[in-house]
Design a protein around this ligand. Structure first.
Ligand code: PFF
Ligand code: NA
Length: 446
């Protein structure tokens, strides 16, 4: 544990690390396609409500727990619970988080691999002047090729785990900080360009004027799950980062910015993507391929399109890289906590995530019609249940822990927002966040 403690010497570095964890595939790839599958505007409104009322308070709960415990998530939970006279069985919450990040990382790495493939294609100019039909045909062909997908998945996971093994992502966070504004600028250009296309009006209407009759418990659950996913909350992954948070830094101030950035990146990519969807007469509920089919079409319209496209996927890769490092960290910290050396722990996580990822790879070819549960193949399963059910469930338990189990002084100190800030946070989490999470989770059960 101590070999990585004090990893982030400065406040700025901590904010960068959390931003790096939050902004990733969730904003640019997952948000548009899940919004598409859930009918658009109503989902969007719910997602923003949940980010503010659940995501942020629980994010603070999670980070402050790690900060107060200064150990791996499981150890922090057990230690703090024991100190407060509660059962050390709370450690199982950390284990549950480990299972969640394991499943998420296994498909996250595969989809990030798709970006590697697209980066290479863009650089080769193979999307130049490509017709929409050809773009989708190429995507289909790629999905049907498990070897190419495995290669990219392997490469991405290797890149991620080599940073995790070193235990210092400081350099990467700085690079990310440099690139994030560029990614933002590119999305702005795309969104602006979208206003000049024939699909913009329809896209804006579909995204921003809610048709409440489309609302269902399922849509609510998905919006809640996505709010957690996009903020990287609910799997104890940020708890692991909280353990390295410096003293004397107000937590609410640190995470407020992260949420704003996270939402705006999602909105910009939504506008860019759905304008193409409507201009081309595509189906918004196209699914996980949505971004990979629409963006090459959008960029092909711009001068030097391939150049921009290549740059976009490079920046996206950087964003997903820092997110996947965050996904891996709690597993490695957890194994270290039970006595593994960091290098062994990293190797073990790498091999098992890689193997699980293969099942996702094959879900687009050989195993496409093998349904594991609820009529879903492996990829469909791991890209939904862990995010939409495990993260909110983990978030609920983390919230209960921080708001009801932790002694007041401990939480107050770790939140570092003064007595009034603390009262506000605890009021919101006790009487708004926890009941709301319970309500959505329970009603989706029945
Ligand atoms: N927040 C990341 C994204 O939006 O891409 C994904 C993620 C990271 C989810 C870490 C969960 C997590 F623990
Ligand atoms: Na995100």
């Amino acid at each position: 544990m101590n070999e990585t403690l004090e990893r982030w010497g400065s406040r700025r570095a901590f904010i960068l690390a959390v931003t790096g964890a939050a902004v990733g595939l969730g904003n640019i790839w997952r948000f548009p396609y899940v919004a598409g599958e859930n009918g658009g505007a109503a989902f969007l409104v719910l997602y923003i409500i949940f980010v503010v009322s659940l995501g942020l308070p629980v994010m603070m709960a999670e980070i402050l727990t790690g900060r107060a415990g200064r150990r791996s998530p499981s150890q922090s939970l057990a230690y703090l619970a024991r100190q407060a006279g509660h059962s050390s069985h709370w450690r199982w919450l950390g284990v549950f988080g480990g299972v969640t990040v394991f499943l998420i990382l296994s498909f996250y790495s595969v989809v990030s691999g798709w970006s590697i493939e697209y980066l290479v294609h863009a650089v080769n100019g193979s999307f130049e002047a490509a017709s929409p039909d050809r773009v989708s045909a190429e995507f289909e062909a790629f999905l049907a090729d498990p070897l190419r997908m495995t290669f990219n998945h392997t490469l991405f996971l290797f890149l991620t785990m080599s940073v995790v093994a070193a235990g210092v992502s400081n350099g990467l966070e700085k690079l990310n900080n440099l690139m994030m504004p560029l990614l933002y600028a590119l999305l702005l250009i795309l969104a602006f360009h979208a206003t000049t296309t024939g699909g913009f009006a329809e896209a804006a209407d579909w995204m921003f004027s809610p048709k409440w009759e489309a609302l269902s418990v399922g849509v609510m659950l998905n919006a809640m799950g996505h709010a957690f996913f996009t903020l990287a909350v609910g799997a104890c992954a940020l708890m692991a980062y909280g353990a390295y948070m410096p003293d004397h830094q107000s937590l609410p101030r640190a995470v407020g910015m992260v949420a704003v950035l996270d939402i705006t990146v999602a909105l910009l990519s939504g506008i860019a993507i759905f304008s193409v969807v409507f201009a081309q007469g595509m189906d918004p509920a196209e699914g996980p391929g949505l971004m990979f089919i629409t963006l090459p079409i959008a960029f092909a319209d711009l001068p030097f399109g391939s150049l921009w496209l290549g740059m976009f996927f490079l920046l996206l890769l950087l964003a997903t890289w820092t997110s996947s490092i965050n996904l891996a960290e709690p597993m490695v910290a957890g194994l270290q906590g039970i006595g593994f050396r960091r290098s062994r722990a990293t190797a073990l996580v790498t091999v098992s995530v890689w193997l699980a990822g293969l099942l996702s790879v094959l879900s687009f070819s050989t195993l496409a019609d093998v349904h594991w549960l609820a009529g879903r193949n492996f990829f469909e399963l791991v890209s939904t249940i862990p995010s939409d059910v495990f993260l909110p469930l983990g978030g609920l338990l983390i919230a209960i822990f921080a708001a009801w189990v932790l002694p007041r002084e401990v939480a107050l100190r770790a939140l570092d927002a003064g007595p009034n800030g603390f009262r506000l946070w605890r009021g919101v989490i006790r009487y708004i966040s926890i009941p709301l999470m319970l309500l959505v989770l329970v009603s989706s059960l029945i």
